[in-house]
Design a protein around this ligand. Structure first.
Ligand SMILES: Cc1ncc(COP(=O)(O)O)c(C=O)c1O
Length: 398
């Protein structure tokens, strides 16, 4: 049976991590892997998570199954966080939420739901987008297309080209949009651009599939959900994949969800039955431990306050590094061509250099980035920023 399977080339990020680990150079810098790091280079367990985890374990009386939808209190707290407590879709019972194994689980269940409802629908992805979107959404057999989004050379959104392309998409297609902190570009639609996109989706009968993986990493929990709330209010149908990997630091516990908005409550019931059916057919039910921790943090005011403080600190650390790196680059180059690093959002930006330059940065300077020149700003530290800025300035332009 397996004779026909050829060896696949390994995931480039894993290869990059292996090269980084094997590099003996003392000043080596890892800007590759997509996790938050604190000032000591650690991906920390949040204090609120440590406390909630102890409480969860102390209160737990069984390891019995939880069911395909996951925890009810987690799902309603997730809707509170993402849509807000008084969103019209919730009032009208049009929103249905499923706890999923991470944001990836939400994306995949969403894709399977689209496939079940409209097998011929195309999913439009931004160009560029996160490397896992195509396998997650295309893996169930849906056709994928790309819409222009960002020009890495000029560091600008290709907003007009995006609208033009989506204008030509067929009614009933889905459009995947990063809700905030676009990965890998760090370039988000502005508050003035979002309504234009929402209008277009509504006018053309396109279904938004919003990916919210960095809520709280851009400006705040509420501000980062503003676009999701606005879009969900304007369109009859929408999907929202949510991840708590980054904002709760629960990466390996696989905590996330999928909200699906339907035209009316009766449709929503039918959609929910399919969401549950899909979950059962892929992984049966989501892992409980991380969601139990998250639900406890959302429900207990002191833990929730501590979480928001810790989340603010993660965001501030990244914003500080963005400012510091942009400032250093300005000093080294004497121009403002790297100012985009300061103004973009979230953990990532594209340096906007060639694959050759990325290779030179790795071989000559021991700075590790993915081939598209994506940098994780959480890999920048006050004590490596000058070194990184010198190297970027030396290798730019070619
Ligand atoms: C854009 C985007 N969407 C979704 C995810 C899903 O993350 P997870 O499945 O780890 O929750 C990530 C994680 O890196 C991401 O960057």
């Amino acid at each position: 049976m397996f004779q026909q399977l050829e060896q696949l080339v390994s995931d480039s990020i894993l290869g990059l991590m292996a090269k980084y680990r094997a590099d003996p150079f003392k000043q080596k810098v890892d800007l590759g892997v997509g996790v938050f790091r604190d000032l000591s280079g650690n991906t920390p367990i949040l204090n609120c998570v440590r406390t909630a985890e102890k409480e969860v374990l102390a209160a737990q009386t069984t390891k019995s199954y939880v069911g395909a939808a996951g925890r009810e209190e987690f799902n309603s707290a997730l809707e509170d966080l993402v849509l807000g407590p008084a969103h019209p879709t919730r009032r009208d019972r049009r929103a249905r939420t499923l706890q999923t194994p991470g944001g990836c689980g939400g994306l995949r269940v969403g894709a399977e739901l689209i496939k079940a409802a409209a097998p011929g629908a195309v999913v439009h992805l931004s160009d560029p987008t996160w490397g896992n979107h195509a396998p997650l959404l295309g893996g169930c057999g849906l056709k994928l297309e790309r819409y222009p989004y960002y020009d890495a050379a000029t560091h600008e959104l290709r907003f007009e080209a995006m609208l033009q392309r989506l204008q030509a998409a067929s009614a009933g297609d889905a459009v995947l949009i990063h809700a905030c902190c676009h990965n890998p570009t760090g370039a988000d639609l502005s508050p003035a651009q979002w309504p234009a996109v929402a209008d277009l989706l509504q006018r053309r009968g396109l279904v938004p599939f919003l990916d919210l993986a960095y809520q709280g990493f851009g400006a705040s929990l509420d501000a980062d959900a503003a676009a999701v709330r606005m879009v969900a209010e304007r369109v009859p149908e929408a999907l929202i994949a949510v991840s708590f990997s980054k904002n709760l630091g629960l990466y390996r516990e696989r905590v996330g969800g999928l909200i699906v908005i339907s035209e009316n409550a009766a449709r929503a019931d039918a959609v929910q039955s399919h969401m549950l059916h899909i979950a059962r057919s892929i992984y049966s039910m989501p892992p409980d431990h991380g969601a139990a921790i998250a639900a406890r943090i959302f429900a207990q005011p002191p833990l929730r306050r501590e979480w928001i403080q810790e989340l603010d600190a993660m965001r501030t650390r990244i914003q500080d590094m963005r400012c510091l790196l942009a400032q250093r680059l300005q000093e080294v180059t004497g121009d403002d061509s790297f100012d985009f690093i300061r103004t973009q959002h979230g953990m990532f930006s594209l340096l906007g250099v060639s694959r050759d330059a990325v290779e030179r940065l790795r071989e000559k300077h021991h700075i590790y980035m993915t081939a598209d020149s994506r940098m994780n700003l959480a890999g920048i530290m006050p004590d490596n920023v000058a070194y990184v800025a010198e190297a970027f300035a030396a290798e730019r332009g070619t």
